[in-house]
Design a protein around this ligand. Sequence first.
Ligand SMILES: NC(=O)c1ccc[n+]([C@@H]2O[C@H](COP(=O)([O-])OP(=O)(O)OC[C@H]3O[C@@H](n4cnc5c(N)ncnc54)[C@H](OP(=O)(O)O)[C@@H]3O)[C@@H](O)[C@H]2O)c1
Length: 329
Amino acid sequence: MVKMQENDEETCWKTALISGGSSGIGLAAAKLFQPFQTTCPWHPAHSMCKRLSACDLNFGKLRLIHRSAVLQPPSTIMKKLLGKTVLITGGNGGIGLATAQLFLEQGARLAITGRDKVSLDQAQQVLGPDTLVLQSDTGKVSEIESLMQNMQSHFGHLDILFVNAGSSQPAPFDKVGEALFDDVIATNFKGVFFTVQKALPILARGASVIVTTSISNQRGSPNFGVYAACKAAQRSLVQTLSLELIPHGVRINAVSPGPINTPRFGHRWGVPQEVVQAARADFVRKSPMKRFGEPDEIAKTVLFLASDDSSYLVGTEIVVDGGVSLPLL
Ligand SMILES: NC(=O)c1ccc[n+]([C@@H]2O[C@H](COP(=O)([O-])OP(=O)(O)OC[C@H]3O[C@@H](n4cnc5c(N)ncnc54)[C@H](OP(=O)(O)O)[C@@H]3O)[C@@H](O)[C@H]2O)c1
């Protein structure tokens, strides 16, 4: 990867080859890749940008693309969620908090939930006073109902709902008791079902709902049987609801993370730190990219699903796992 430097003209460009770029999808992609400004703020004499893109659109296949999004001053970059109202469940840590931060940068009006008072307060500090930070247990339908009443009185409607709250507790199959079973189901399936159901009356036409599933929903996941089954149920629900919500003008999709480097990874497992560290090392060893994903790598996918960039995506699940789930053995 070439590192961008403000004073290095060579690094202002990325190259791309679009085969079949003269019509249809290829041409649409070429137009999207085109620089949306023809002068570079740091190199005003950069007139090459215009010449190359015009030349390419008409005759060539080799495209040189100005990294305008990087080079433009932040104030002139178009915000993807300007004025959109958003609720993120489980927004006080990890993937939810990273997504909340990205959404704020993109102009959203935001509410987040969680249960833990300390991390809710920390999230309020990070996200600022304009973000509504609410304590709400997603496993309790009565709390979901008051949450949605709160959303209605605060925002009037929701444009984006990110159903992200979730937690896993490992236990071998023969040691799973009723309490653990009910707890995992309440957070990871019942909560997801009723969060979408209770939000439906206030979801605007054109709204986008995103559910955080997991790659464990299509793989054997020893010691996480209930959690993985909930994640599979979420995937199924997303497909069914995608068809039921279309008449309401609502799209629903899922993001399916692989191992993600969240601060509280393994925190609730109730096992010694050495066991968590060994599990982490095992994930890295099996990962084709030899690393965990970062929360902001999930957040960027959620932004795509939340914004109009994904306007034709319905009922799909985007796997973001660095290839972890690909190998046959
Ligand atoms: N990290 C990974 O490797 C990974 C991989 C695949 C999928 N995921 C999924 O990604 C989502 C986010 O997890 P994360 O990795 O970011 O972990 P995290 O940092 O532990 O975040 C989980 C969030 O969910 C909230 N939450 C849990 N139970 C809740 C409940 N009953 N009611 C309300 N909020 C609740 C937590 O808030 P409190 O702490 O206040 O309860 C926290 O904000 C989850 O759905 C998880 O299953 C994570």
